[in-house]
Design a protein around this ligand. Sequence first.
Ligand SMILES: Cc1cc2nc3c(=O)[nH]c(=O)nc-3n(C[C@H](O)[C@H](O)[C@H](O)COP(=O)(O)OP(=O)(O)OC[C@H]3O[C@@H](n4cnc5c(N)ncnc54)[C@H](O)[C@@H]3O)c2cc1C
Length: 323
Amino acid sequence: MTADANKERVAIIGAGITGLYLAWRLRQKGHSVVVFEKKDKIGGKPCTGLVSERIKEYMPIGDGLYQRRVESVLVHFEKKDVRIKVNPAYLVFERRDLDNFVYNLAKGAGAEIVFNHEIKEIPDGFDRVIGCDGAQSRMRRILSLSEPVFRLGTQYFVGNEGPAIEMIEVWPKKFDYSPKYGFIWKVQKVGETEYGIIGPKEDGAKEFEIFLDKQKVELGSPDVKAALIPQELKLPKSEKITLLGDSAGMTKPTTGGGIVWGLKAGDILADCFPDFLKYRRKARLFFLPKILKGKIAVFFSYFLGRFLPFLLPKTISVDPDLF
Ligand SMILES: Cc1cc2nc3c(=O)[nH]c(=O)nc-3n(C[C@H](O)[C@H](O)[C@H](O)COP(=O)(O)OP(=O)(O)OC[C@H]3O[C@@H](n4cnc5c(N)ncnc54)[C@H](O)[C@@H]3O)c2cc1C
């Protein structure tokens, strides 16, 4: 595929999943795309790899790419256990495999991907620039947008703890001093068990220790990975520069997951391209009600789970992406 003369020259900052997906989409439309990545290779982002089956609507994911399919999650509210049936189901990925897959799509479509190239200012020589540079986005700062709310996601990996009884379990936590909610999770994967916690940056480790103590879990010396999760939609009113994915705070208030939201926004952007103001309008129209809906759902479920558990049904069916 070649870029023709009246198509745009596009710089994408960041070769994470959203940057590579957008590179693929824009190459399909014939634009010339260069992706700048500060690291020397793809992948390495801390991520549990739970992505709804909806991902297949965005890219040709084969059954061999994920470990398994999970239809429900057991949530241990403070005074009641509730089974959440997820529809569409979750697929469990090794995140690096997913990143490599999207990298091959972008590369195969003719996107140029430049490694070891950290962008510190707006690159010259491009008609459009798109920041896909993650939670601590340099592009967001260059655009003088305020920082979003951050939560911290931390993962602890240990060898498999015997046969998987429940594939995914979740313990919601209300961090006492903070209006921000969080939760602890346990996911059984091939060869390892992942525990994790998402919550306010300041107090995750302490909350996690209390949890381990209560559950009588001994983790030994787990491998630990952590990264910030932004949560607050941030899109500039610029015709030349915009943001996508974590750099724009596109994560779900329920779980902090951002992959399907980033891909959906990537589609909106590719459809509106090169009209960034239209993209901003459409993305806000799509995501703002879902952010509100997610926050209300979290608040009420935690409240009921804590104070009025008899009002919570034993099983609830939800769309994990809030679509
Ligand atoms: C512990 C944890 C668990 C998670 N689990 C899930 C999950 O199970 N499911 C889910 O959907 N989501 C999950 N998420 C969220 C998900 O990982 C993110 O939403 C997703 O990775 C966002 O993709 P992105 O491409 O926007 O950003 P990123 O994946 O962060 O990619 C940004 C890229 O930009 C590069 N970069 C940054 N700055 C520059 C620069 N100045 N110049 C050049 N390159 C730059 C970075 O090196 C990186 O490669 C989790 C997050 C955490 C922290």
